[in-house]
Ligand binder design. Structure first.
Ligand code: ADP
Ligand code: MG
Length: 683
């Protein structure tokens, strides 16, 4: 065990960061300098070459020019126009949103560099809302574009990341030597490159993620995960699990109360879990199964065994919405058997909250449901026997370690459910400490979802169909896909879509959920949708996991070409859960690139999550930037487990070499990559 090094400085310690900015950063998941340097760019833009105005054709360009005039025009809506001139010609900048200080800064005679889309019309060339900086203070370069939230600009992020990099510069390296297969850059040098690539760097290699320095970072992250799993594995092998009695009489009672019979696959997987629970060794088991295969009921059966042996159980969900939904299902299933189910959410305060916390500390046999974040805090359990995690792909290994420490006596059994298809090599890395069960069968009577690919030009037709679908008494989803760079824009897009659909469908009851709504409001809308009080639910991808409304058999995915196949497949899994034919309409904005067309077409024909994941990789040529990292399937910071598959075989060997560099080095490596939640030192 090593003495804990001081935590990383919080963002508030950086120059120019006050509480307001810190709150915005928190929404991005950025709390300290470590989070800042690990904030991976979504993509890079080549702003290394200045295009003369005369030769700037349609498309994105960097131009530099001197302000000739600035004026506010427009009758119904004011418009700020600023004319720039260089040696070759002139171009107008147009701003629909502006303020007085902006106008005052665009003084005639000042020189600016502007980056944006050039449009050519009969009035000449123009750029609308370009990104701009004073020419005397900005350097042309390769510019990283980060994910951001409302009110935070790329410029601010770049500046803060620069400060964070400076902090790390003075720290000692944690990997004194690297294997020969990696470029020799130190971690800090590689991070520096990630955020400030030198001018001559090939932008295509950066965007494809196959630049050797980016590969080196991905390697280090994968290595850190591997090492932490290894320690977890050693820990569990040496430990004791709660010894449970697998013959709880409640199990048969519960099965008899269900409106369906378990599939053979569900039966088999439950038998595997049951024997683990009775073995006396701590279970670590991953239950993998396509969306809709019925993982939840298998988990509930495991909880019954735990209950029958006098233990508490916890179910962790990735979102509040999903936790609330599980709570309703589980309560409905288990209360008739006299089992207490508690929900813990972040909005619960005061008495309500302290009652749940008290129930955890009491030696009861209750079941607790909430988001993983809630179980990370001060929560203590009297007799925790089983920890279940839904959709584990959203969490890191570190959380698994953190919860482990809560069990007072034995190490609780651990059950993870995921619908994410994971290639074998990756499963080894990610779940190397766990046994795997697969539910490879869907409940009977499910009709495969019919998938259609449709251009935006057919929108009217589609809306007419939607109308008759809803008149037929069924419900539908309309999913607005992520605008990567800004969650705010994404929500705005969903709001705008809901409004325009309401205009075209006046009699239809439309609801809206998006990521920036309060949990309580989201829940209200979701409940209304579940109760059939809403016909059409317009949503961002927040509904991606777990939402279960059988009567909603039609899903439209707007701008489907923006998402990865795995994510589209997850979304599509929300429909096809009830009787009757279900449909998934993939709406795209023409023209479609050849790769995008192939991807959508493959999704139309294929229902096998594994095949889809592999296809995603195969089709992702250089320049295709949407990886699993961005689409959120597996949340590494730098590594993209599909793209970086080639690194996996060497990780095991490299881990041995790194272990020889000493415990201190490993501690610092894990602390950096896995963060404060990582409890390697305690294990
Ligand atoms: P997932 O594996 O995606 O989490 P769920 O557990 O949410 O799937 O199950 C999807 C739906 O199928 C739920 O409505 C559930 O009640 C139902 N279900 C589960 N098992 C069966 C079964 N054996 N027969 C019929 N319906 C089932
Ligand atoms: Mg589920």
């Amino acid at each position: 065990m090593t003495a804990a090094p001081a935590a990383f400085p919080p963002v508030l310690s950086l120059k120019g960061v006050g509480p307001a900015l810190a709150a915005k950063l928190q929404r991005l998941g950025v709390m300290d300098v470590r989070d800042l340097v690990l904030l991976a760019p979504l993509r890079y833009e080549d702003r290394s070459k200045i295009t003369p105005i005369a030769s700037a054709s349609c498309g994105k360009h960097l131009i530099e020019g001197e302000v000739v005039l600035t004026d506010i025009t427009g009758r119904s809506r004011p418009l700020l126009v600023c004319r720039l001139r260089d040696a070759s010609g002139t171009l107008d900048l147009r701003f629909f949103h502006f303020n007085a200080s902006m106008r005052n800064r665009l003084l005639p005679g000042t020189r600016w560099r502007c980056f944006g889309e050039v449009k050519v019309s009969s009035f000449g060339k123009e750029m609308i809302h370009p990104q701009m900086e004073r020419a005397d203070t900005s350097l042309p370069g390769i510019v990283p574009i980060y994910p951001t939230v409302a009110g935070m600009t790329q410029k601010v992020l770049r500046r803060l990341i620069g400060q964070a990099l400076a902090w790390f510069e003075s720290r000692p390296e944690w990997l004194p030597s690297l294997p020969d297969s990696m470029v020799p850059e130190s971690t800090w040098e590689a991070l520096h490159f990630l955020h400030q690539p030198p001018l001559e760097t090939e932008v295509a290699a950066l965007n494809a993620g196959n630049h050797p320095i980016l590969k080196r970072l991905a390697w280090e992250e994968l290595l850190a995960h591997h090492l932490s799993l290894q320690s977890l594995h050693d820990f569990r092998k040496a430990g004791q699990g709660p010894k449970m009695d697998a013959s709880s009489p409640l199990i048969d009672k519960f099965l008899a109360s269900l409106p369906f019979r378990l599939t053979d696959a569900q039966r088999r997987v439950f038998a595997e879990i049951r024997s683990d629970l009775a073995s006396g060794l701590p279970m670590g088991r991953l239950v993998q199964g396509d969306v809709g295969c019925g993982k939840t009921v298998v988990a509930a059966l495991a909880a019954l065994v735990s209950h029958g042996s006098g233990y508490q159980s916890v179910l962790m969900a990735p979102t509040e919405l999903l936790a609330e939904q599980h709570f309703q299902t589980w309560r409905q299933w288990l209360s008739p058997l006299g089992i207490k189910v508690h929900l813990l959410t972040s909005k619960m305060k005061g008495k309500e909250r302290s009652e749940v916390l008290a129930a955890m500390k009491a030696p009861s046999q209750a079941i607790f449901i909430g988001t993983h974040a809630l179980f990370q805090r001060e929560v203590r359990f009297a007799r925790l026997g089983l920890v279940m995690v839904d959709e584990q792909h959203r969490f890191g290994v570190d959380q698994r370690l953190a919860l482990k420490a809560k069990g007072e006596q034995a190490i609780p059994h651990y059950l993870v459910m995921t619908a994410t298809p994971i290639p074998r090599t990756l499963a080894m890395l990610r779940y190397g400490d766990m046994a795997v069960s697969v539910i490879d069968q869907l409940p009977p009577g499910r009709q495969p979802v019919e998938t259609r690919v449709m251009g935006q030009d057919k929108r009217e037709e589609l809306i007419a169909r939607l109308q008759s679908w809803i008149e037929g008494g069924r419900q539908a989803y309309w999913v607005c896909t992520l605008i990567e760079e800004s969650q705010a824009l994404d929500c705005e897009a969903a709001q705008a879509t809901a409004a325009s659909l309401q205009e075209s469908l006046p009699g239809v009851r439309i609801g809206l959920v998006h990521g920036r709504m309060k949990a309580m409001d989201k829940e209200q809308v979701m409940n209304a949708f579940k109760q059939g009080e809403i016909d059409l639910l317009v949503a961002t991808t927040v509904i991606e996991v777990g939402v279960d409304v059988p009567n909603a058999g039609l899903m439209v995915i707007d701008n489907a070409e923006r998402l990865g196949l795995a994510q589209l497949h997850q979304l599509r899994g929300r429909v096809g859960r009830g009787p009757g034919q279900s449909y998934c309409i993939l709406l795209y904005k023409p023209p479609l690139t050849e790769i995008a067309r192939q991807r959508l077409d493959f999704l139309r024909q294929c229902r096998d999550g594994f095949a889809l994941a592999e296809k995603d990789l195969e089709l992702r040529g250089p320049g295709e930037v949407l990886g699993t990292r961005q689409s959120g399937a597996l949340q590494f910071k730098m590594a993209d487990p599909l793209r970086d598959q080639d690194l996996l075989p060497m990780i095991q060997e490299d881990a041995i070499a790194v272990r020889e560099q000493g415990a201190e080095c490993i501690y610092r490596l894990l602390k950096f990559w896995l963060g404060d939640g990582n409890q390697y030192a305690d294990v």
